[in-house]
Design a protein around this ligand. Structure first.
Ligand code: FNR
Length: 342
């Protein structure tokens, strides 16, 4: 059995039930969560033959940052419930796999600590009602080494989730959730999510923080174009692992429309959601993604074996990608094009 397929059960044995539930759950009826991987499974490939694949490279760049693999780490909260070292261990695992990580606004590890783990990283942003507060947090992340801001735009409020057992929030201490949010002196409501974000805030964020902006949570071509026109350097196609609007289209289906819409703009496209195999990743890259991001499997791998687990997960997926590239006749990621997908 593949190690990645064993991970959910192995993590379940180690985690309190509310944490297992929180990591796995989707919003509402869980439809979008349930179909994410299936939508990648449903794609069929048109491999090329008689191409020289004596050396196959998975190296690429994202916003100019060199990485050995296009398999990168999506931002997730509560990593310190998975493992004592939380985001620090994730960062070390990513570093040894030659990967990059996105770090949640709600991380349980201080940015300054994260920045010392050797991995390139981007800071994910939820903009709160007190925008000045958000900007200060992001500037601290920049000073600690963050190379981009990942603005999550699918969460004007948190998606409703059905809860079967006890609440995970009873297990969480403030520093495990918001190690980077110094709330002293803030009035009530200042940390509520800003619900009045618009495209104009992309340029505002880029100028005030001074980092390139990746917009995460885009599922439509017209939105993607507006993001880039407003100053986004990249768009991350995502339905938040099915945790926001249930019934939202799978990212495997949304990706081609967004790649088409951004053709010729020079903006990069990333995708996350349900990517669990080398063949899924091959299809995503062929359809025009520069890189893919993985969420829940990282949490499970972190639970099972800390930094080593994260390294192994990323290495295994990269190994599967390399194998799939070899069998599809692609010696480098530049050889992948939409005609690889039937
Ligand atoms: C998330 N995700 C998320 N996204 C974000 O922008 N900020 C966040 O703090 C979180 N937190 C979070 C917690 C947990 C437990 C999960 C499972 C997910 C969404 C995440 O970045 C990503 O979009 C999906 O998880 C990708 O789908 P897969 O790989 O989990 O199928």
């Amino acid at each position: 059995m593949r190690w990645i397929d064993e991970l959910p059960d192995r993590a379940r044995e180690l985690l309190p039930p509310p944490v297992t539930e929180y990591f796995g759950q989707g919003a509402a009826a869980g439809m979008s969560t349930a179909e994410a991987a299936a939508a990648w499974d449903a794609l069929r490939l048109r491999p090329r033959v008689l191409r020289d694949v004596s050396t196959v490279s998975t190296a690429t760049t994202v916003l100019g940052q060199p990485v050995d693999t296009p398999v990168l780490v999506a931002p997730t909260t509560l990593q310190r419930l998975a493992h004592d070292e939380g985001e620090s261990a994730t960062a070390r695992g990513a570093a040894s796999a030659g990967s990059l990580l996105e770090v949640s606004t709600n991380a349980g590890t201080r940015f300054e600590v994260l920045g010392r783990q050797g991995a390139p990283w981007w800071v994910q942003a939820y903009i709160v009602r007190d925008r000045g507060f958000s900007v200060e947090v992001l500037k601290r992340a920049k000073a600690a080494g963050a190379g981009a801001v990942v603005l999550t735009v699918d969460t004007p409020e948190v998606g409703h989730k059905l809860q079967a057992g006890d609440s995970v929030w009873d297990l969480v201490t403030g520093d495990q959730l918001q190690a980077n949010l110094d709330t002293d002196g803030l009035p009530d409501g200042a940390l509520d999510k800003a619900r009045d974000l618009t495209f104009a805030d992309i340029g505002w964020l880029r100028e005030t923080v001074g980092l390139p902006v990746v917009v995460k949570g885009v599922l439509r071509g017209d939105d993607a174009r507006e993001c880039v026109a407003a100053g986004a350097a990249a768009v991350q196609v995502s339905n938040h692992g099915g945790r926001q609007l249930d019934g939202a289209v799978s990212t495997a289906r949304a990706l081609p429309e967004i790649v088409r819409a951004l053709d010729g703009t020079g903006a990069e496209v990333y995708v996350d959601g349900g990517l669990r195999r080398g063949s899924h990743i091959l299809a995503a890259l062929a359809l025009g993604a520069t890189a893919v991001f993985v969420g829940r499997p990282v949490l499970w791998a972190l639970t099972v074996d800390g930094a080593d687990g994260v390294r192994r997960l990323l290495a295994d997926l990269t190994g599967e990608l390399r194998h799939a590239m070899t069998l599809a006749g692609a010696a480098s990621l530049d050889d992948l094009a939409p005609d690889l997908v039937a």
